[in-house]
Design a protein around this ligand. Structure first.
Ligand code: SF4
Ligand code: SF4
Length: 349
């Protein structure tokens, strides 16, 4: 048994290690597809898959733990009695190359799906997963994780955390499965030396220095506890929102869903869970078709206040990880940083 806390993996040993992991479980990693898009995908043959550790995956891990649509149970009715068939059990899965912000989002989802009761389907997937993160030495164009306390490196939550320190990775183990994995494949690793620690620290400081935008997330959260948002801000933002819902769909912490029972015949059916979002037109629409609120303005209010005001009040932290995907996707320029900038500049009423 070796000290499992922190070790060094030479880059030459990365693919041999991934090959071993691939045999143990389904391996999901950022993969560049034929269109040049980087998405989390199952890795088949390691040698022919274009594992992309340079670009930010365009989607988060959300669809793997909360699929866009999933069957929660099947049901049959026999002489008035219901019987239920649960969904298939989760597969053992190792997620490799997950960025710090996306693991932080998963920790938030853990919170959401554990209260007031534990969501069995979600936690089945979670319990069968091991997350290997890759700290960011170079923030992507629209990231602001430093302002949300979600990166660029993490202190906890991961199975393993990889930090690229040149021709090698500085690997830190979390508790449980990550430490077990290091122990099992210990011959790929060597002990950490002082030079490795110095390099890691230097890269961490350099990474923090590369965030160019000063997004005042904690200040906005605190200010929201004390001051209402001027209607002029909602007016300005909603006039530029096209109601496309893209921001909520790419957001790793937007976890709202709808549940529908879909009969298949008179005696059987399925219960389906699908993503929903305050930015979707059906979110507040009533059965008769009437929508009691100003759609766009209400949607943006819900989205931003939920993340920055209510979650800060409930959990002491905003439920925005600074991943920047809503900035990437919104063609109206109505992302969360626009709101934060407008609100933090708002004068006291
Ligand atoms: S804020 Fe942007 S991404 Fe979100 S619904 Fe409006 S137009 Fe679409
Ligand atoms: S609100 Fe935007 S930046 Fe924040 S977690 Fe969601 S997609 Fe990422």
């Amino acid at each position: 048994m070796i000290d499992l806390k922190e070790l060094i993996l030479s880059k030459d040993n990365l693919y041999p290690l991934l090959r071993k992991l691939r045999k143990e479980a389904r391996l999901i990693a950022p993969v560049k597809n034929e269109h040049g898009d980087t998405l989390f995908r199952p890795v088949g043959d390691i040698d022919t898959t274009d594992i992309d550790l340079e670009n930010q995956p365009q989607e988060s891990l959300k669809p793997f733990f909360l699929p866009q649509q999933e069957t929660l149970t099947g049901y049959t009715i026999n002489k008035g009695e219901y019987s239920f068939s649960p969904p298939p059990p989760a597969k053992n899965t190792i997620f490799f190359g997950v960025r710090s912000c996306d693991l932080t989002a998963l920790l938030y989802m853990d919170l959401i799906f554990s209260k007031p009761f534990k969501d069995a389907t979600y936690f089945d997937r979670r319990n069968h997963s091991l997350i290997i993160t890759l700290g960011c030495n170079q923030p992507f164009a629209n990231c602001f994780c430093e302002a949300t306390g979600s990166g660029p490196y993490l202190e906890y939550g991961y199975g393993l955390q990889f930090i690229d320190i040149g021709d090698r990775y500085y690997v830190s183990a979390g508790r449980g499965k990550g430490a077990d994995l290091l122990n099992k494949w210990s011959y790929f690793f060597r002990e950490v030396e002082e030079e490795d620690q110095n390099r890691r620290y230097q890269l961490f400081l350099e990474a923090r220095g590369q965030f160019t935008r000063n997004i005042q997330v904690p200040h906005a959260c605190r200010k929201l506890q004390q001051e209402p948002v001027a209607e002029a801000i909602w007016e300005k933002l909603s006039s530029r929102c096209y109601d496309c819902g893209g921001c909520a769909y790419v957001c790793p912490t937007c976890t709202c869903f709808s549940v529908d029972d879909k009969p298949q015949d008179n005696n059987s059916g399925i219960r389906v869970r699908s993503w929903d979002a305050c930015t979707s037109s059906g979110f507040t629409r009533m059965t008769g078709g009437h929508n009691p609120v100003d759609r766009t303005r209400h949607a943006l209010k819900r989205r931003f206040l939920h993340k920055l005001k209510h979650d800060f009040a409930s959990h002491g932290k905003a439920s925005c990880t600074g991943c920047g995907r809503c900035i990437d996707i919104c063609f109206g320029g109505v992302d969360i940083t626009t709101f934060i900038e407008l609100f933090t500049q708002q004068e006291k009423p």
